[in-house]
Write a protein that binds this ligand. Sequence first.
Ligand code: AMP
Ligand code: MG
Length: 413
Amino acid sequence: MKTIVQAQQIILEHTKKLTPETTPLTESLGRILSEDIFSNRNPPPYDISAMDGYAVRIEDVKEPTKENPTVLKIIDDIVAGAEPKIAVSAGTASRIMTGAPMPAGADTVIRVEDTDCNNENVKIFAQYKKGANVRYLAENLRTGDRVLEAGTDIRPGELGILSMVKKADVPVYRRPRIAILSTGDELEALEDPFDDRKIPDANSYTVMAELKAIGVDVTLLGIARDSEEELKAKLKEGLGYDALIVSGGVSVGHHDFVRPTLKSLGIEMRFWRVALRPGHPFAFGTGNDGLLVFALPGNPVSSMVCCQQFIVPSVRKMQGTDKLFRTTITATLIEDIKDRLGRIHFMRSHLEKTTDGFSVRLTGSQGSGILMSMVEASCMIIMPAECDKLQAGSKVTVQLLGGSCFQEAPGFK
Ligand code: AMP
Ligand code: MG
């Protein structure tokens, strides 16, 4: 039996980066950059005001107070986008708007809140440091600087930078194409008539959601019944993808045909069973031309946990980033937990901010079939294999679920 880290390593050794392509900027959110991006401009393109106020020479402002203001003559009114023509000289000031270019001669902007004015003069009530409220040429980006690195996740901020440097076509890695198949005689498909004696297929949708959330192009192959012929026919449909995910039928039951059927299709099974809970029957194989095959256990929580721990890092590697693993942090447990020894346990939990950090509690019963435990979960408590109890108040490692926070190492052993 592999440890979780060994299993992750084997999967990652067989995972290849996908080829690069370009995508329109408006479609690039959630993708990963395949090239470094350099700035082709110097925003702001000149010194600008950061505030609505008055552009002055600081040497003209003489320790003013409310009772004893500095009075300067207003010589211009500068709006954003204007080209100021009149220089500020001794005893004068220009009214200036946020984002407007600084006039020659001026070095500081006095906020409108610290002034009073009539048409001709401005009264200044507060002393400022030289340079206050000025944004300098190129302080945002500078021509030639590398502003984004290949391998970066395109989130709203990165997308904004891409728009600033006018990358209308963004270099990214191709989206992984992944097929998902559920198996089991007892399963009811979403489109089947409602039958209370059946088990609704949840795995197709939870796994689809995990993958769509990280930018995968998902195809649902539906449900294969527990017969070798039907399984083989359905699995064949998944061979042309970057990865094929099958759930159920991977354990030791008499009708668990998934592994032998995969082998009969020429898939080389690399390992079966990992020391984790839930999800221990997980299996991994590889086909010709780089196909990865992930065989998830049928229980809904097990399949989600295996997807999170094994498939998500592999997909991230395909997409060309080094940050493969969801972020882990330390939190304070607010209840006692008892557990069995022997396998690392991913416990569905909820994280809350406290005054001095984060507290974490379980989301309820932790059975591998209890999908409701995932519903409120914002993280997983990672219960080490050698640990059978944890007391309220102890510090635990938790892995965050969802969001765009990833790190380079798993964060646990
Ligand atoms: P198996 O791994 O096929 O033995 O299935 C283990 C358990 O998971 C059984 O109780 C199955 O009914 C259940 N199960 C298998 N596949 C699914 C699925 N796609 N959605 C929900 N439950 C499933
Ligand atoms: Mg089954």
